[in-house]
Design a binder for this molecule. Structure first.
Ligand SMILES: Nc1ncnc2c1ncn2[C@@H]1O[C@H](COP(=O)(O)OP(=O)(O)OP(=O)(O)O)[C@@H](O)[C@H]1O
Ligand SMILES: [Mg+2]
Length: 357
């Protein structure tokens, strides 16, 4: 059995809920809820707040009642100058504790992070074996993994660039791109270490010089013999990169490693970029079933939505071709071609190539 106090609270909550619902509805529709009690019922029922007839007095009371704000102890205390001072003091102590506590947690977390063990000849789990190159921002080392004795190459920021956010970002970007790509003619990047003092990444070690080195050494016989192979592999690697949505942007003989067997690895993705999206299919689905479903039932949007350079008439033509109902599509390709002949596809005029002389 509910006691009178509990019952009063329940009724009070219920009336408050109804009151709020009426206010929300009143604001939403900008009309007096009492003017249409039937709609009030519908809204309350939909909100799961009420399952019977709305007592009219609730609606009327809800509109005229001014809830009396109860003074909180804080507001009361605020009025007294001596207590106000205490509020400042206590509030200040709380804020200070939160700040100091937060800072302490951050520092404690930093200390917990395992520190890289670094000596003259070792960085973390790698022994520095040979310095292969020193560039403007980084060094490349041949390293040996202590646990496996396998040889890798390590690209390490020079000490003066370690705290430079741009150089750090370029190094990590290079590592991320290299980790995504997997092709026999592209250097494979394995791990990246975002250490504050010794940021580096580890990649496949390819014992060779760069193509630039071979050109500078005038290895004419080698180049004559391997030129086709070198080009083919470089292009295959780049074609793969493009197909994966990346453009290298720094292809030059220094960034093509080539061993004496004529095998090629493309390196240095520091300034590689994603190829901007140029198009998209009318429907996309997470699974073949979802895609099929969309082809069968979803209304396609005009390509104008994705490419504002597409004309309205071309958008309409595409939508006709994609129509679900057979009778709305062109009857055959001849008819489609006849329609297409007179359609302008892009709003901006095509740039004419210079006529060859
Ligand atoms: N995986 C590797 N295996 C063997 N040698 C490598 C490897 N990666 C790089 N090298 C050597 O290091 C040289 C420089 O590498 P990379 O092009 O990646 O550096 P970089 O970005 O040009 O340097 P920086 O930006 O500091 O000037 C290469 O020309 C090559 O000789
Ligand atoms: Mg380079």
């Amino acid at each position: 059995m509910m006691g009178p106090k509990v019952r009063r609270t329940t009724i009070w909550r219920r009336e408050l809920a109804i009151f709020l619902a009426i206010i929300v509805w009143g604001v939403g529709t900008s009309s007096a809820p009492a003017a249409d009690p039937a709609r009030g019922v519908e809204i309350l029922e939909r909100a799961g707040l009420y399952a019977g007839p709305v007592p009219v007095h609730f609606i009327v009371i809800a509109q005229i009642a001014q809830p009396k704000a109860k003074d909180s102890w804080l507001r009361k205390a605020w009025r007294s100058p001596s207590k106000r001072l205490w509020i400042f003091v206590v509030g200040g102590v709380i804020v200070l504790s939160v700040v100091v506590g937060g800072w302490y947690l951050v520092e404690a977390n930093k200390k917990k992070r395992p520190k890289l063990q670094v000596t003259e000849s070792q960085i973390g789990p790698y022994r520095l074996q040979n310095l292969l190159a020193t560039g403007h921002t980084s060094q490349v080392w041949e390293v040996v993994e202590l646990s496996s004795h396998l040889h890798y190459a390590m690209k390490l920021l020079l000490p003066e660039n370690v705290y430079n956010p741009v150089h750090r970002q370029l190094l990590f970007h290079e590592a991320e791109v290299g980790r995504i790509l997997a092709h026999p003619n592209i250097i494979k990047i394995r791990t990246v270490m975002k250490d504050p003092e010794h940021p580096f990444f580890i990649m496949e070690f390819f014992p060779s010089g760069s193509l630039k080195l071979r050109i500078m050494r005038k290895e004419k016989a080698f180049i004559q013999e391997k030129v086709h192979d070198i080009f083919k592999q470089t292009m295959t690697g780049l074609a793969y990169m493009h197909a994966s949505g990346w453009v290298h942007r720094d292809i030059k003989p220094e960034n093509i490693l080539c061993n004496s067997a004529g095998e090629v690895r493309i390196i240095d993705f520091a300034i590689s970029q994603r190829i901007p999206n140029t198009g998209r299919p009318p429907f996309r689905g997470g699974s073949p079933e979802a895609l099929l479903n969309k082809h069968l039932f979803e209304k396609p949007v005009s390509p104008e939505v994705y490419n504002p350079d597409v004309t309205k008439e071309f958008g309409e033509f595409i939508l006709r071709m994609l129509a679900k109902r057979r009778e709305e599509r062109p009857n055959n390709f001849h008819e489609a071609l006849m329609q297409f002949r007179n359609i302008k596809v892009f709003k901006t005029p095509a740039v004419k190539k210079e006529e060859s002389k």
